[in-house]
Design a protein around this ligand. Sequence first.
Ligand SMILES: Nc1ncnc2c1ncn2[C@@H]1O[C@H](COP(=O)(O)OP(=O)(O)OP(=O)(O)O)[C@@H](O)[C@H]1O
Ligand code: SF4
Ligand SMILES: [Mg+2]
Length: 330
Amino acid sequence: MMSNAATLAVENLETHFLTKAGVAKAVDGVSFTVGRGEVMGLVGESGSGKSVTGFSIIGLVDPPGEVVGGQVLFNGENLLELDEERMRKLRGNRIAMIFQDPMMTLNPVLRIDTQMIETLKAHDAGIKDDEARARARDVLGQVGIPSPDERLKAYPHQFSGGMRQRVAIAIALLNRPDLIIADEPTTALDVTIQGQILYEAQKLCRETGTALIWITHDLAVVAGLADKICVMYAGRIVEQGKLDDVLDHPVHPYTVGLLGSVPGHNTRGHRLYQIPGMTPSLLKLPGGCAFKERCPRADAACDVHPEITEPVAGRQVRCCHPHLEGQAAS
Ligand SMILES: Nc1ncnc2c1ncn2[C@@H]1O[C@H](COP(=O)(O)OP(=O)(O)OP(=O)(O)O)[C@@H](O)[C@H]1O
Ligand code: SF4
Ligand SMILES: [Mg+2]
């Protein structure tokens, strides 16, 4: 049907928080697409707007936050125009989000089997109990949970952090949604474990054609696993493109900084270089480029807010002095 169109096309999304101290533009003109079976890594430091981007897509931004602009086209339909009832239906069926706090997905007082069977029944009221249980067991196994039959009887607190995230992914996958947005838990799970979990999720999404957005603060987690990457800084995507291309030749000074100590493909499992300075508060952004105060390339030209350009084919960048030295001709 819509084989060429992206599953999700976010266009110029803007989400603001209207606080007493001022307006925080948590998401400020964000655009990207994710296609069937495609994996997109959404990467950025704490507070850069990754979770708010996810919440904006699924219509779960609460006051004082508000989506104030843009479009979220899901299979061609603008989600920002749907009523709450339709949106809730989509969330249960076609779109799933794995929250940064897994306990937002998991009910602490219910056994895993009860939660999984309920999820299946919400989608397909006619499904028989033993059929639902068998499917729940299969999906748990698919996300790498050992002895799924036994684990079905456990409660969420009986799982480790990494296993709990796998359970949340299993629940998200149950109804074979078109889109999964997975927000990595903040509780410092090992980069290697995150990579393993993403590996399983990616494999399954490729098989089912599910589009997957993997939110992480650590570029090393998505290295080698995502198809494309969006790097966020202070509410904006500063660089996006095919993952391998970006890792091989980052052009935005922020991405270059992130990759400073780990250039090339072999970034998995390495710790990232810390860029000197702090993420600016969204309420006190410098005029022009938000990265200005930390950027070794900053000059007077950066006092103007940089527009998105495509200095290299297939790469969108917000910077007036991108690193194009040594860039393969394109
Ligand atoms: N409830 C809120 N009230 C006011 N501002 C908020 C609220 N939630 C988020 N924000 C603003 O939105 C910005 C982005 O928040 P978000 O949670 O998306 O960051 P993040 O990239 O997911 O960070 P982390 O890696 O720590 O999860 C924050 O820096 C903050 O300024
Ligand atoms: S616009 Fe200027 S300050 Fe911003 S990243 Fe580019 S060079 Fe650095
Ligand atoms: Mg977050």
